[in-house]
Design a protein around this ligand. Structure first.
Ligand SMILES: Cc1cc2nc3c(=O)[nH]c(=O)nc-3n(C[C@H](O)[C@H](O)[C@H](O)COP(=O)(O)OP(=O)(O)OC[C@H]3O[C@@H](n4cnc5c(N)ncnc54)[C@H](O)[C@@H]3O)c2cc1C
Length: 402
Protein backbone atom coordinates (compact mmCIF):
# COMPACT_ATOMS: atom_id res chain seq x y z
CA UNK A 1 0.00 0.00 0.00
CA UNK A 2 1.14 3.55 -0.85
CA UNK A 3 1.06 6.18 1.92
CA UNK A 4 0.07 9.17 -0.26
CA UNK A 5 -1.20 9.09 -3.86
CA UNK A 6 -1.27 12.52 -5.50
CA UNK A 7 -3.49 12.94 -8.55
CA UNK A 8 -2.06 15.72 -10.75
CA UNK A 9 1.58 16.71 -11.03
CA UNK A 10 0.98 20.38 -11.84
CA UNK A 11 2.91 22.83 -9.65
CA UNK A 12 0.73 22.19 -6.58
CA UNK A 13 0.68 18.37 -6.71
CA UNK A 14 4.39 18.20 -7.54
CA UNK A 15 5.19 20.54 -4.63
CA UNK A 16 3.17 18.43 -2.17
CA UNK A 17 4.97 15.32 -3.50
CA UNK A 18 8.42 16.87 -2.99
CA UNK A 19 7.61 18.18 0.53
CA UNK A 20 6.15 14.83 1.65
CA UNK A 21 8.77 12.59 0.01
CA UNK A 22 11.71 14.61 1.38
CA UNK A 23 10.76 13.52 4.90
CA UNK A 24 11.83 9.98 3.93
CA UNK A 25 8.92 8.73 6.04
CA UNK A 26 6.29 8.25 3.33
CA UNK A 27 5.85 6.33 0.08
CA UNK A 28 4.52 8.87 -2.42
CA UNK A 29 3.15 8.27 -5.95
CA UNK A 30 2.04 11.00 -8.38
CA UNK A 31 -0.35 10.28 -11.28
CA UNK A 32 0.33 12.83 -14.04
CA UNK A 33 -0.34 12.06 -17.72
CA UNK A 34 1.35 15.25 -18.98
CA UNK A 35 4.52 15.47 -16.91
CA UNK A 36 6.32 18.39 -18.59
CA UNK A 37 10.05 18.90 -18.47
CA UNK A 38 11.84 22.13 -17.66
CA UNK A 39 12.57 24.21 -20.82
CA UNK A 40 15.92 23.60 -22.53
CA UNK A 41 18.73 26.01 -21.70
CA UNK A 42 18.69 28.97 -24.12
CA UNK A 43 15.26 28.17 -25.64
CA UNK A 44 12.76 31.03 -26.18
CA UNK A 45 10.68 32.07 -23.18
CA UNK A 46 7.15 30.66 -23.02
CA UNK A 47 4.12 32.99 -22.98
CA UNK A 48 2.47 31.21 -19.98
CA UNK A 49 4.08 32.62 -16.88
CA UNK A 50 3.15 33.09 -13.22
CA UNK A 51 4.07 35.68 -10.61
CA UNK A 52 5.43 33.95 -7.52
CA UNK A 53 5.28 35.49 -4.04
CA UNK A 54 8.05 35.43 -1.43
CA UNK A 55 6.09 32.78 0.51
CA UNK A 56 6.12 30.60 -2.63
CA UNK A 57 9.87 31.14 -3.03
CA UNK A 58 10.39 29.82 0.52
CA UNK A 59 8.11 26.84 -0.14
CA UNK A 60 10.02 25.97 -3.33
CA UNK A 61 13.32 26.21 -1.44
CA UNK A 62 12.00 23.81 1.22
CA UNK A 63 10.75 21.48 -1.53
CA UNK A 64 14.26 21.37 -3.07
CA UNK A 65 13.05 22.92 -6.35
CA UNK A 66 14.75 26.33 -6.15
CA UNK A 67 18.13 25.26 -7.65
CA UNK A 68 16.22 24.03 -10.73
CA UNK A 69 14.40 27.38 -11.04
CA UNK A 70 17.12 29.91 -10.24
CA UNK A 71 19.02 31.21 -13.23
CA UNK A 72 18.77 33.26 -16.38
CA UNK A 73 15.05 32.58 -17.02
CA UNK A 74 13.87 33.84 -13.62
CA UNK A 75 12.79 37.50 -13.52
CA UNK A 76 12.64 39.25 -10.12
CA UNK A 77 10.26 42.20 -10.10
CA UNK A 78 10.93 45.12 -7.82
CA UNK A 79 7.73 47.10 -7.93
CA UNK A 80 4.14 47.20 -9.16
CA UNK A 81 2.56 50.23 -10.80
CA UNK A 82 -1.26 50.14 -10.76
CA UNK A 83 -3.58 52.72 -12.25
CA UNK A 84 -7.12 53.04 -13.57
CA UNK A 85 -8.64 54.68 -16.61
CA UNK A 86 -9.20 57.99 -14.84
CA UNK A 87 -5.50 58.77 -14.33
CA UNK A 88 -2.24 58.75 -16.30
CA UNK A 89 0.10 55.75 -15.78
CA UNK A 90 3.14 57.80 -14.79
CA UNK A 91 1.25 60.35 -12.69
CA UNK A 92 1.63 60.75 -8.92
CA UNK A 93 -1.89 59.36 -8.57
CA UNK A 94 -0.84 55.88 -9.78
CA UNK A 95 -0.38 53.37 -6.97
CA UNK A 96 3.22 52.14 -6.65
CA UNK A 97 4.23 49.24 -4.42
CA UNK A 98 8.02 49.18 -4.12
CA UNK A 99 9.99 46.33 -2.50
CA UNK A 100 12.36 48.95 -1.05
CA UNK A 101 9.46 50.28 1.11
CA UNK A 102 9.66 47.09 3.20
CA UNK A 103 13.42 46.54 2.87
CA UNK A 104 13.08 43.60 0.44
CA UNK A 105 15.17 43.16 -2.74
CA UNK A 106 12.09 42.37 -4.82
CA UNK A 107 8.36 41.61 -4.56
CA UNK A 108 8.66 38.16 -6.13
CA UNK A 109 9.49 36.52 -9.45
CA UNK A 110 7.97 35.99 -12.87
CA UNK A 111 8.69 32.56 -14.33
CA UNK A 112 7.34 30.18 -16.93
CA UNK A 113 4.72 27.63 -15.82
CA UNK A 114 6.67 24.79 -17.44
CA UNK A 115 9.89 25.79 -15.64
CA UNK A 116 8.00 25.76 -12.32
CA UNK A 117 6.31 22.41 -12.98
CA UNK A 118 9.48 20.78 -14.42
CA UNK A 119 11.65 21.84 -11.47
CA UNK A 120 9.06 20.66 -8.93
CA UNK A 121 8.63 17.27 -10.61
CA UNK A 122 12.44 16.87 -10.69
CA UNK A 123 12.57 17.73 -6.97
CA UNK A 124 9.78 15.23 -6.22
CA UNK A 125 11.63 12.47 -8.14
CA UNK A 126 14.93 13.33 -6.43
CA UNK A 127 13.18 13.06 -3.05
CA UNK A 128 12.00 9.54 -3.91
CA UNK A 129 8.43 10.10 -5.19
CA UNK A 130 7.35 7.91 -8.12
CA UNK A 131 5.76 9.73 -11.07
CA UNK A 132 3.35 7.58 -13.12
CA UNK A 133 2.54 9.01 -16.56
CA UNK A 134 -1.10 7.98 -16.45
CA UNK A 135 -4.49 9.57 -15.64
CA UNK A 136 -6.80 8.74 -12.76
CA UNK A 137 -9.91 6.93 -13.97
CA UNK A 138 -11.73 5.78 -10.82
CA UNK A 139 -11.70 6.22 -7.04
CA UNK A 140 -13.31 4.23 -4.21
CA UNK A 141 -12.76 5.39 -0.62
CA UNK A 142 -12.95 2.92 2.25
CA UNK A 143 -12.33 3.09 6.01
CA UNK A 144 -8.61 2.15 5.82
CA UNK A 145 -7.56 3.05 2.28
CA UNK A 146 -8.65 4.48 -1.08
CA UNK A 147 -8.55 2.33 -4.24
CA UNK A 148 -7.52 4.24 -7.37
CA UNK A 149 -7.95 2.99 -10.91
CA UNK A 150 -5.60 4.60 -13.40
CA UNK A 151 -4.60 4.16 -17.01
CA UNK A 152 -2.03 1.45 -16.14
CA UNK A 153 -3.77 -0.49 -13.34
CA UNK A 154 -4.81 0.11 -9.73
CA UNK A 155 -3.22 1.19 -6.49
CA UNK A 156 -4.36 1.71 -2.94
CA UNK A 157 -3.28 4.55 -0.69
CA UNK A 158 -3.88 5.68 2.88
CA UNK A 159 -4.37 9.26 1.67
CA UNK A 160 -5.28 10.68 -1.76
CA UNK A 161 -4.56 14.30 -2.67
CA UNK A 162 -6.60 15.77 -5.53
CA UNK A 163 -4.30 18.31 -7.22
CA UNK A 164 -5.75 17.73 -10.68
CA UNK A 165 -6.79 21.28 -11.49
CA UNK A 166 -10.05 23.17 -11.95
CA UNK A 167 -11.92 20.26 -13.57
CA UNK A 168 -10.73 17.84 -10.87
CA UNK A 169 -11.73 14.20 -11.37
CA UNK A 170 -10.90 13.53 -7.72
CA UNK A 171 -13.38 16.22 -6.63
CA UNK A 172 -16.10 14.73 -8.81
CA UNK A 173 -15.39 11.05 -8.02
CA UNK A 174 -15.25 11.79 -4.28
CA UNK A 175 -18.60 13.62 -4.50
CA UNK A 176 -17.24 16.96 -3.27
CA UNK A 177 -19.47 19.70 -4.69
CA UNK A 178 -18.30 23.15 -5.78
CA UNK A 179 -19.80 26.56 -6.57
CA UNK A 180 -18.71 28.04 -9.89
CA UNK A 181 -19.31 31.54 -11.27
CA UNK A 182 -18.49 32.32 -14.89
CA UNK A 183 -16.85 35.75 -15.26
CA UNK A 184 -17.79 35.81 -18.99
CA UNK A 185 -14.26 37.07 -19.61
CA UNK A 186 -11.28 35.66 -21.47
CA UNK A 187 -7.68 36.21 -20.43
CA UNK A 188 -5.46 36.84 -23.45
CA UNK A 189 -1.85 35.86 -22.83
CA UNK A 190 1.12 36.70 -25.08
CA UNK A 191 4.72 37.89 -25.02
CA UNK A 192 5.44 41.43 -26.25
CA UNK A 193 8.50 43.59 -26.77
CA UNK A 194 7.77 47.12 -25.57
CA UNK A 195 9.24 50.40 -26.84
CA UNK A 196 10.16 51.45 -23.28
CA UNK A 197 12.00 49.18 -20.80
CA UNK A 198 9.82 47.43 -18.22
CA UNK A 199 12.14 48.58 -15.38
CA UNK A 200 11.57 45.26 -13.52
CA UNK A 201 8.08 46.53 -12.79
CA UNK A 202 4.73 44.74 -13.05
CA UNK A 203 2.35 47.22 -14.71
CA UNK A 204 -1.42 46.88 -14.32
CA UNK A 205 -4.26 49.02 -15.62
CA UNK A 206 -7.87 48.61 -14.47
CA UNK A 207 -10.41 49.48 -17.17
CA UNK A 208 -14.20 49.23 -17.42
CA UNK A 209 -13.78 46.46 -19.99
CA UNK A 210 -11.20 44.52 -18.00
CA UNK A 211 -7.66 44.48 -16.62
CA UNK A 212 -4.36 44.58 -18.48
CA UNK A 213 -1.11 43.46 -16.84
CA UNK A 214 2.46 43.50 -18.14
CA UNK A 215 4.74 41.09 -16.26
CA UNK A 216 8.48 41.78 -16.77
CA UNK A 217 10.48 38.87 -18.23
CA UNK A 218 14.18 38.08 -17.91
CA UNK A 219 15.00 38.86 -21.56
CA UNK A 220 13.54 42.39 -21.43
CA UNK A 221 10.18 41.45 -23.01
CA UNK A 222 6.92 41.37 -21.03
CA UNK A 223 4.16 38.81 -20.70
CA UNK A 224 0.68 40.31 -20.98
CA UNK A 225 -2.43 39.02 -19.25
CA UNK A 226 -5.38 40.96 -20.69
CA UNK A 227 -8.63 39.92 -19.01
CA UNK A 228 -11.48 41.32 -21.10
CA UNK A 229 -15.22 40.80 -21.47
CA UNK A 230 -15.92 37.94 -23.89
CA UNK A 231 -17.08 40.09 -26.83
CA UNK A 232 -14.09 42.43 -26.67
CA UNK A 233 -11.68 39.53 -26.15
CA UNK A 234 -12.99 37.71 -29.23
CA UNK A 235 -12.52 40.91 -31.27
CA UNK A 236 -8.96 41.30 -29.96
CA UNK A 237 -8.13 37.68 -30.78
CA UNK A 238 -9.46 38.11 -34.32
CA UNK A 239 -7.44 41.29 -35.00
CA UNK A 240 -4.40 41.20 -37.29
CA UNK A 241 -1.06 41.50 -35.52
CA UNK A 242 -0.58 45.24 -36.31
CA UNK A 243 -4.15 46.06 -35.20
CA UNK A 244 -3.76 44.06 -32.00
CA UNK A 245 -0.44 45.80 -31.26
CA UNK A 246 -2.15 49.18 -31.72
CA UNK A 247 -5.09 48.13 -29.48
CA UNK A 248 -2.64 46.95 -26.83
CA UNK A 249 -0.65 50.19 -26.94
CA UNK A 250 -3.89 52.20 -26.48
CA UNK A 251 -5.10 49.98 -23.63
CA UNK A 252 -1.73 50.45 -21.90
CA UNK A 253 -2.24 54.20 -22.25
CA UNK A 254 1.25 54.59 -23.71
CA UNK A 255 2.87 53.45 -20.44
CA UNK A 256 5.44 51.22 -22.14
CA UNK A 257 5.59 52.80 -25.58
CA UNK A 258 5.17 50.80 -28.80
CA UNK A 259 4.13 47.13 -28.76
CA UNK A 260 5.55 44.26 -30.82
CA UNK A 261 3.91 40.87 -30.48
CA UNK A 262 6.51 38.13 -29.98
CA UNK A 263 4.28 35.07 -29.54
CA UNK A 264 0.92 33.60 -30.46
CA UNK A 265 -2.05 34.93 -28.50
CA UNK A 266 -3.49 32.27 -26.17
CA UNK A 267 -6.82 32.65 -24.39
CA UNK A 268 -8.31 31.22 -21.19
CA UNK A 269 -11.97 31.38 -20.12
CA UNK A 270 -12.18 32.80 -16.60
CA UNK A 271 -14.36 31.58 -13.77
CA UNK A 272 -14.33 31.55 -9.97
CA UNK A 273 -14.75 28.20 -8.25
CA UNK A 274 -14.87 27.17 -4.61
CA UNK A 275 -15.25 23.59 -3.42
CA UNK A 276 -17.73 23.52 -0.50
CA UNK A 277 -15.60 20.97 1.34
CA UNK A 278 -11.88 20.41 0.73
CA UNK A 279 -11.84 16.98 2.40
CA UNK A 280 -13.77 13.75 2.84
CA UNK A 281 -12.76 10.27 3.97
CA UNK A 282 -9.02 9.90 3.15
CA UNK A 283 -9.23 12.50 0.37
CA UNK A 284 -8.10 16.17 0.32
CA UNK A 285 -8.24 18.75 -2.48
CA UNK A 286 -5.41 21.23 -3.13
CA UNK A 287 -4.77 24.13 -5.50
CA UNK A 288 -7.13 24.72 -8.41
CA UNK A 289 -8.96 21.46 -7.60
CA UNK A 290 -10.20 23.20 -4.42
CA UNK A 291 -10.42 26.86 -5.54
CA UNK A 292 -10.02 28.92 -8.70
CA UNK A 293 -9.59 32.70 -8.52
CA UNK A 294 -9.46 35.45 -11.17
CA UNK A 295 -5.85 35.85 -12.42
CA UNK A 296 -5.82 39.65 -11.96
CA UNK A 297 -4.00 39.40 -8.61
CA UNK A 298 -1.67 36.56 -9.69
CA UNK A 299 -2.57 34.43 -6.67
CA UNK A 300 -3.74 31.01 -7.98
CA UNK A 301 -0.46 29.11 -7.76
CA UNK A 302 0.60 31.02 -4.65
CA UNK A 303 -2.55 29.90 -2.81
CA UNK A 304 -2.05 26.33 -4.04
CA UNK A 305 1.57 26.17 -2.87
CA UNK A 306 0.40 27.33 0.59
CA UNK A 307 -2.16 24.47 0.52
CA UNK A 308 0.64 22.01 -0.30
CA UNK A 309 2.84 23.36 2.50
CA UNK A 310 0.02 23.39 5.10
CA UNK A 311 -1.19 19.89 4.28
CA UNK A 312 2.35 18.45 4.21
CA UNK A 313 3.08 20.01 7.61
CA UNK A 314 -0.04 18.46 9.20
CA UNK A 315 0.50 15.04 7.56
CA UNK A 316 4.18 14.90 8.58
CA UNK A 317 3.30 15.94 12.14
CA UNK A 318 0.77 13.06 12.31
CA UNK A 319 3.40 10.61 10.98
CA UNK A 320 5.92 11.85 13.57
CA UNK A 321 3.31 11.06 16.28
CA UNK A 322 2.93 7.60 14.64
CA UNK A 323 -0.65 8.45 13.65
CA UNK A 324 -2.53 7.68 10.43
CA UNK A 325 -1.67 10.38 7.79
CA UNK A 326 -5.15 10.00 6.28
CA UNK A 327 -7.04 10.40 9.57
CA UNK A 328 -10.06 12.67 9.40
CA UNK A 329 -8.66 14.86 12.21
CA UNK A 330 -5.62 15.72 10.07
CA UNK A 331 -7.76 16.48 7.02
CA UNK A 332 -10.23 18.64 8.97
CA UNK A 333 -7.35 20.66 10.45
CA UNK A 334 -6.09 21.28 6.88
CA UNK A 335 -9.54 22.38 5.69
CA UNK A 336 -10.04 24.75 8.65
CA UNK A 337 -6.61 26.29 8.10
CA UNK A 338 -6.67 26.84 4.38
CA UNK A 339 -10.35 27.36 3.56
CA UNK A 340 -10.74 30.42 5.76
CA UNK A 341 -7.68 32.10 4.19
CA UNK A 342 -8.68 31.21 0.62
CA UNK A 343 -12.27 32.45 1.07
CA UNK A 344 -10.98 35.88 2.16
CA UNK A 345 -8.47 36.15 -0.69
CA UNK A 346 -10.97 34.97 -3.30
CA UNK A 347 -13.57 37.52 -2.13
CA UNK A 348 -11.00 40.34 -2.20
CA UNK A 349 -9.90 39.44 -5.75
CA UNK A 350 -13.53 39.25 -6.86
CA UNK A 351 -14.16 42.72 -5.41
CA UNK A 352 -11.16 44.12 -7.33
CA UNK A 353 -12.66 42.76 -10.54
CA UNK A 354 -16.19 44.02 -9.80
CA UNK A 355 -15.35 47.50 -8.59
CA UNK A 356 -11.97 48.44 -10.06
CA UNK A 357 -12.12 46.69 -13.41
CA UNK A 358 -15.76 46.34 -14.39
CA UNK A 359 -17.77 48.49 -12.10
CA UNK A 360 -19.57 51.77 -12.41
CA UNK A 361 -21.46 53.65 -9.72
CA UNK A 362 -20.63 54.71 -6.16
CA UNK A 363 -18.73 51.58 -5.09
CA UNK A 364 -16.42 51.79 -8.09
CA UNK A 365 -15.89 55.47 -7.44
CA UNK A 366 -15.02 54.65 -3.81
CA UNK A 367 -12.65 51.86 -4.89
CA UNK A 368 -10.81 54.24 -7.22
CA UNK A 369 -10.60 56.89 -4.50
CA UNK A 370 -9.38 54.11 -2.18
CA UNK A 371 -6.43 53.47 -4.49
CA UNK A 372 -5.41 57.09 -3.97
CA UNK A 373 -5.64 56.81 -0.18
CA UNK A 374 -3.51 53.64 -0.19
CA UNK A 375 -0.93 55.37 -2.41
CA UNK A 376 -0.62 58.30 -0.01
CA UNK A 377 -0.23 56.22 3.17
CA UNK A 378 3.10 54.49 3.73
CA UNK A 379 1.52 52.22 6.38
CA UNK A 380 -1.27 51.08 4.02
CA UNK A 381 1.24 50.55 1.20
CA UNK A 382 3.41 48.41 3.50
CA UNK A 383 0.33 46.40 4.54
CA UNK A 384 -0.52 45.62 0.90
CA UNK A 385 3.12 44.85 0.02
CA UNK A 386 3.30 42.31 2.87
CA UNK A 387 0.11 40.70 1.51
CA UNK A 388 1.59 40.65 -2.02
CA UNK A 389 4.71 38.99 -0.66
CA UNK A 390 2.42 36.41 0.92
CA UNK A 391 4.01 37.06 4.31
CA UNK A 392 0.82 37.47 6.32
CA UNK A 393 -1.86 35.24 7.82
CA UNK A 394 -1.12 31.86 9.38
CA UNK A 395 1.89 30.70 7.38
CA UNK A 396 2.99 27.06 7.11
CA UNK A 397 6.58 26.51 8.35
CA UNK A 398 7.79 25.65 4.82
CA UNK A 399 6.53 29.02 3.51
CA UNK A 400 8.46 31.09 6.06
CA UNK A 401 12.00 32.37 5.73
CA UNK A 402 14.38 29.53 6.66
C1 LIG B 1 -4.10 33.58 -17.66
C2 LIG B 1 -3.72 33.08 -16.30
C3 LIG B 1 -2.68 33.71 -15.60
C4 LIG B 1 -2.33 33.26 -14.32
N1 LIG B 1 -1.34 33.92 -13.65
C5 LIG B 1 -1.01 33.53 -12.39
C6 LIG B 1 0.00 34.20 -11.62
O1 LIG B 1 0.62 35.17 -12.08
N2 LIG B 1 0.29 33.77 -10.37
C7 LIG B 1 -0.39 32.72 -9.82
O2 LIG B 1 -0.11 32.36 -8.65
N3 LIG B 1 -1.34 32.04 -10.51
C8 LIG B 1 -1.67 32.42 -11.78
N4 LIG B 1 -2.64 31.75 -12.48
C9 LIG B 1 -3.30 30.58 -11.87
C10 LIG B 1 -2.44 29.32 -11.98
O3 LIG B 1 -2.10 29.07 -13.34
C11 LIG B 1 -3.19 28.13 -11.38
O4 LIG B 1 -3.69 28.50 -10.11
C12 LIG B 1 -2.25 26.94 -11.23
O5 LIG B 1 -1.85 26.44 -12.48
C13 LIG B 1 -2.91 25.84 -10.42
O6 LIG B 1 -1.98 24.79 -10.23
P1 LIG B 1 -2.51 23.32 -9.92
O7 LIG B 1 -1.28 22.47 -9.81
O8 LIG B 1 -3.47 23.36 -8.79
O9 LIG B 1 -3.38 22.90 -11.20
P2 LIG B 1 -2.92 22.76 -12.72
O10 LIG B 1 -1.81 23.65 -13.05
O11 LIG B 1 -4.20 22.86 -13.50
O12 LIG B 1 -2.39 21.26 -12.79
C14 LIG B 1 -3.26 20.16 -12.68
C15 LIG B 1 -2.52 18.94 -13.20
O13 LIG B 1 -3.39 17.80 -13.04
C16 LIG B 1 -3.27 16.96 -14.18
N5 LIG B 1 -4.51 16.17 -14.30
C17 LIG B 1 -5.72 16.62 -14.73
N6 LIG B 1 -6.61 15.59 -14.71
C18 LIG B 1 -5.93 14.49 -14.29
C19 LIG B 1 -6.30 13.13 -14.07
N7 LIG B 1 -7.54 12.66 -14.30
N8 LIG B 1 -5.36 12.26 -13.62
C20 LIG B 1 -4.09 12.69 -13.36
N9 LIG B 1 -3.69 13.99 -13.55
C21 LIG B 1 -4.60 14.87 -14.01
C22 LIG B 1 -3.03 17.92 -15.34
O14 LIG B 1 -2.34 17.26 -16.41
C23 LIG B 1 -2.18 19.01 -14.69
O15 LIG B 1 -0.80 18.80 -14.85
C24 LIG B 1 -3.01 32.17 -13.75
C25 LIG B 1 -4.04 31.53 -14.46
C26 LIG B 1 -4.40 31.98 -15.72
C27 LIG B 1 -5.52 31.29 -16.46
Amino acid sequence: MIDVAIVGGGPVGACAAALLARSGALKVVVLEPHAGTAPAHGSALDARVVALSRASEHTLRHAGAWPGIEGARLAPYERMRIWHEGIAPLSEAALVFDAADVGEPNLGYILENRLLQGALLDAARAAGARIEATPLLGLRAGADSVELTHGAGTLSARLVLGADGARSQVRQLAGLSADTTDYHQLAIVATVATGRPHEHTAWQRFMRAGTLAFLPLADGTSSIVWSADEGLAQDLLAQTTPRFEASLGRAADGALGSMELRSERQSFALSRMAARRYVCERVALLGDAAHVVHPLAGQGVNLGLLDAAALSELVLAAVARREDPGAMGVLRAYERWRKSEVVLMSAAIDAFDRFLAHGTGPLSWAARRGMGWVGRSQELRRFFIRRALGMSGEMPLASRRA
